[in-house]
Design a protein around this ligand. Structure first.
Ligand code: NAP
Length: 288
């Protein structure tokens, strides 16, 4: 049995059926708060409504599992945050997994994760990485870029209603995106290949500026124009929004980091080791 914590999220929803197709039994853990929780379980899937903030729920989640994938996040949830989920929730789950005799943990992380990272999300991911490395279990850390499908959702949210595609900052900085499909395909490989244990894998799908992404979206939509949120506005929001909307403040803070070019990385060397996992490009995601 493989636990997918955050199995109802953007990545989790794609990953779970792929794991089942690969012959695994899967337990999905989520609260059913930010994402709909399935009413009935598909074949090969067990559903567990649980909160990573609860030690008891973490213990139930890992019971009887040989592997656990941490695919939960508080970054994009208005009434949550990375400290609660990506750091403390991850550490709690890792400890519960080690106590329960789970053999292998896959920790979803991000390029740039570091204790002194420029945004809190990266510092929280570094803490989660530290927890798996010192857990005594086998581990694999997968550092992805910005999830491409999520970014497209955000950029195109006002396209139908207002004919606008949102671009944050100058839109000129290179950003490395990882498609959900590519991230899920790597996880499926990692859980079944012992040679991929105790390794950090950096995993991207495409590097493009926000202006290039917007251009591709507009070309496909054949209508609309760019609405730009200036970098100066992001800088102000990242500070002044903190007391009333930490969510908005962290989105703006991430935008500033992106503007620095820090999200971009060389992903081709990491992919070269897995030539049979197809690279899902921007056009492919836009057309499906
Ligand atoms: N999105 C990105 O650009 C990006 C970049 C780098 C790394 N990552 C990492 O990749 C993984 C997948 O991200 P994603 O974008 O697919 O996430 P997502 O769509 O935001 O989904 C988050 C999932 O976590 C669950 N969750 C949140 N709080 C929870 C809690 N306290 N207890 C149990 N479950 C909880 C959510 O369900 P409920 O709220 O209903 O519980 C949902 O299933 C995450 O680990 C994320 O940090 C993402």
């Amino acid at each position: 049995m493989i636990l997918v914590a955050g199995g109802t999220g953007r990545l989790g929803r794609t990953l779970v059926p792929m794991l089942v197709d690969a012959g695994h039994r899967v337990r999905v853990m989520a609260r059913g708060d930010s994402q709909p929780f399935p009413g009935t379980a598909a074949d090969g899937v067990e559903l567990l409504r649980g909160d990573l903030a609860s030690e008891e729920d973490c213990r139930k989640a890992v019971a009887g599992c040989t592997a656990a994938v941490f695919a939960a996040s508080g970054f994009g949830i208005k009434d949550s945050d990375p400290r609660t989920v990506d750091r403390d929730g991850a550490v709690r789950l890792v400890h519960a997994a080690a106590d329960a005799g789970v053999e292998h943990v896959v920790m979803m992380s991000m390029h740039g994760a570091a204790a002194e990272g420029p945004i809190e999300f990266l510092r929280c991911k570094a803490a989660a990485e530290g927890a798996v490395r010192s857990s005594g279990m086998a581990w694999t850390i997968i550092r992805i870029g910005v999830l491409l499908e999520q970014r497209l959702e955000i950029m195109t949210a006002p396209l139908e209603s207002k004919g606008k595609v949102m671009v944050f900052g100058s839109g000129r900085a290179p950003v490395t995106y990882t498609s959900v499909r590519d991230a899920a395909a790597l996880i499926v490989r990692v859980v079944s290949d012992p040679a991929l244990r105790n390794r950090v894998i950096e995993w991207g799908s495409v590097t493009a500026s926000a202006n290039e992404v917007a251009e591709a979206v507009l070309a496909r939509a054949a209508h609309g124009s760019v609405q730009r949120i200036p970098a100066a506005a992001e800088r102000v929001l990242s500070v002044v929004a903190r007391p009333f909307s930490p969510f908005l403040a962290r989105i703006a803070g991430a935008g500033i980091w992106e503007e620095s070019g820090g999200t971009a990385f060389q992903w081709a060397p990491g992919r070269a080791e897995f030539p049979d996992i197809p690279v899902t490009g921007l056009q492919e995601v836009l057309t499906t």
